[in-house]
Ligand binder design. Structure first.
Ligand code: A3P
Length: 276
């Protein structure tokens, strides 16, 4: 009998790398890193620290699922493995590829006001290309019209990208996180994620404190990283950057451009994100 008990324990405690049960598929600059960091507070979550880009980069996808599995952290059988690669949401080939791996994988999308998202994306690009023209110039075409094909606007057409995913996955398998709420009421917003992932409620208000100088919530919770335990931490300097001030008339035109697209997205997912 003792031997059986021991055997069960070993099976119970089997640490190994597993394919993800949930993927944060987007959106870029929505707060994907913060969402992942917060979820890592939960003892039933194991997450990849870096973006894997398996489904969106052919050179990775060609390595096959075993390569993908090797990129994952080891986990116990009851734990959920998560990775995040924000470009999955907008890359046309990805939904079918994910579906081929698993028809039941849960999908998380953190969305943010697409106008703010575009400015955030532009602000990030200034780090690599400090000589970029001002935002106002980049968002307009030669005739002074909004350049609707600019990639930083294209990513914000959430309804269009979602429609591609809905060809492969039912809506109830996709959970949408409000990027704004994750900053204002992080505990409440992440509790909705716990429920979606069918996790035992664990994360509470006590896991957050607002850092006035950063202007964002920071996190309290044991996160084991490379064997060391971090008790409280804020996101790094590349998260929560200061944005340039954008001319009010340009902002208004961008909001006009996105308003009908946002409305369509709200009705598709059944939640009003109040961006307009
Ligand atoms: P900004 O830097 O434009 O403010 P991603 O991780 O997908 O690149 O998203 C980055 C965004 O996460 C940041 O954009 C910031 O607004 C948002 N964010 C959400 N919660 C945050 C937090 N607790 N600390 C810092 N940034 C946070």
């Amino acid at each position: 009998a003792d031997r059986n008990v021991a055997k069960i324990r070993i099976e119970d405690g089997e640490m190994r790398k597993r394919l993800p049960n949930a993927i944060i598929i987007g959106v870029k600059k929505g707060g994907t890193r913060a969402l992942l960091e917060i979820l890592k507070i939960h003892p039933s979550i194991r997450a990849c620290s870096s973006e894997v880009h398996f489904f969106d980069r052919d050179e990775n996808y060609e390595q096959g699922l075993e390569w993908y599995r090797q990129q994952m952290p080891a986990s116990l059988p009851h734990q959920i493995t998560i990775e995040k690669s924000p470009s999955y949401f907008i890359t046309p080939e990805v939904p079918e590829r994910v579906h081929r791996m698993s028809k039941t994988v849960k999908l998380l999308v953190i969305v943010r006001d697409p106008t703010r998202r575009a400015i955030s994306d532009y602000t990030q690009s200034l780090e690599r290309k400090p000589d970029n023209p001002p935002f106002e110039e980049m968002v307009m075409d030669a005739d002074g019209k909004i350049d609707e094909d600019w990639s930083k606007l294209e990513i914000g057409r959430y309804a269009k990208h979602l429609a591609r995913w809905l060809k492969y996955f039912p809506l109830h398998q996709i959970h949408f996180v409000s990027g704004e709420e994750l900053i204002k009421r992080p505990a409440k917003e992440v509790q909705l994620v716990e429920r979606f992932l069918k996790l035992k409620p664990f994360i509470t208000e006590d896991n957050f404190f607002f850092n006035e100088s950063k202007g964002f919530p920071c996190f309290v919770g044991k996160i084991t990283e490379n064997g060391s335990v971090k008790k409280s931490h804020c996101m790094g300097e590349s998260k929560g950057r200061k944005h340039p001030v954008v001319q009010e008339d340009v902002l208004e035109r961008l909001r006009e451009f996105f308003r009908p697209l946002n409305g369509k997205f709200y009705s598709m997912v059944g939640r009003n994100f109040n961006w307009d």
